[in-house]
Design a protein around this ligand. Structure first.
Ligand code: PLP
Length: 325
């Protein structure tokens, strides 16, 4: 859901039979509103609130991906209050470096996400002792914008080793019907010169690591599906120049597209109307009173004119993620 929660887009995915990975009741509401099958919804995130847990229980989602021990006991309590049993998996942290930006690395030991894989056995035991929980899976998501299959394969082999031990050695013996393995998302896309693996290479890597394992696989791809499907069209307001620098001031800002402000990431910028023009080197900036409100720094671009892209009413919907216009 975090890659794009536009209702029309959700409707298309729901019609295609897609499931949804949510982190809030608002996202659940949006998915259900557009026809999502609740049995294909998984609830991730470290900060699930009571009312959010309740609405997910009432909707009958597939499972809660548990991110901490306290969340586990709290979920048991809330489910008990509703006279329900909550289906769960633990989000385990395999401590693999996805070699991506630190802000989108989620599976390392120092991350706020997931439960250290070494401690998770103990927490599974606890889950089995709680009467309003049903242990049905294992979950893992190591990060986003991965440009190599290797970290996925590493993570899977760690989770696999663990699964063989925990699943076969313990959980199934204790009567838990563990039947889902959720490997999260993370496949990267091209913004500039990255060469991320193709989905079939990713699939091949996973299939090799899954051989002989009797579980239903869940994947949560986000960026790779929608990242390059959207563009933001924004109007040029002013060209501003001082001794040091040039600025192109546009009417879109970091609230429309936060990646450059948040990660310093690269977004391709093209004129909507190509015309023969000289180029300038400038910062492309928005109207917000934060110096981090920029789309590009010292970027060589065709010299724009105030009013460029005026009249494009779809402005502000999405930004391009390196799309070929
Ligand atoms: C962000 C996220 C995803 C999707 O990651 P992409 O890189 O967009 O594929 C999947 N699962 C969880 C839990 C996430 O936080």
């Amino acid at each position: 859901m975090k890659s794009n929660s536009n209702l029309a887009v959700l409707r298309v995915f729901a019609k295609e039979g897609s499931g949804f990975d949510i982190v809030s009741a608002g996202e659940l509401f949006r998915a259900l509103k557009e026809g999502a099958d609740p049995k294909k919804v998984v609830f991730s995130g470290v900060g699930k609130k009571k009312e959010e847990i309740e609405s997910a229980l009432k909707a009958g989602i597939l499972m809660f991906n548990i991110e901490s021990e306290q969340e586990l006991t709290f979920l048991d309590e809330v489910a008990g209050g509703l006279g329900k049993r909550a289906p769960i998996s633990l989000r385990v942290n395999p401590d693999v470096d996805p070699k991506t930006h630190p802000y989108i690395s989620t599976g390392m030991r120092k991350s706020k996400f997931g439960i250290d894989i070494k401690r998770s056995m103990e927490i599974y035991k606890k889950a089995l002792s709680l009467s309003h929980l049903e242990v049905i899976g294992v979950d893992c998501h190591i990060g986003s914008q991965l440009t190599s299959v290797l970290p996925f394969v590493d993570a899977l082999s760690r989770v696999r080793e663990y699964l063989d031990r925990v699943l076969v050695g313990y959980l199934r013996k204790e009567g838990a019907n563990v039947r889902y393995l959720d490997l999260g998302g993370g496949l990267g896309i091209r913004y500039k010169d990255e060469e991320p693996p193709q989905p079939d290479e990713y699939a091949a890597g996973l299939i090799r690591g899954l051989e002989g394992l009797d579980v239903t696989l869940i994947l949560e791809p986000g960026r790779v599906i929608v990242g390059n499907a959207g563009i933001l069209i924004t109007e040029v307001l002013y060209l501003k120049e001082n001794d040091e620098k040039k600025f192109v001031v546009v009417d879109g800002g970091m609230n429309d597209l936060i990646r450059p402000a948040l990660y310093g990431s690269y977004q391709a910028i093209r004129p909507v109307v190509e015309r023969a023009a000289d180029t300038i080197v400038a910062d492309v900036v928005g109207p917000i009173c934060e110096s981090s409100d920029f789309f590009a720094k010292d970027r060589e671009i065709p010299r724009p004119q105030p009013g460029d892209a005026r009249g494009y009413e779809r402005r502000g919907l999405w930004f391009y993620d390196g799309i070929e216009l």
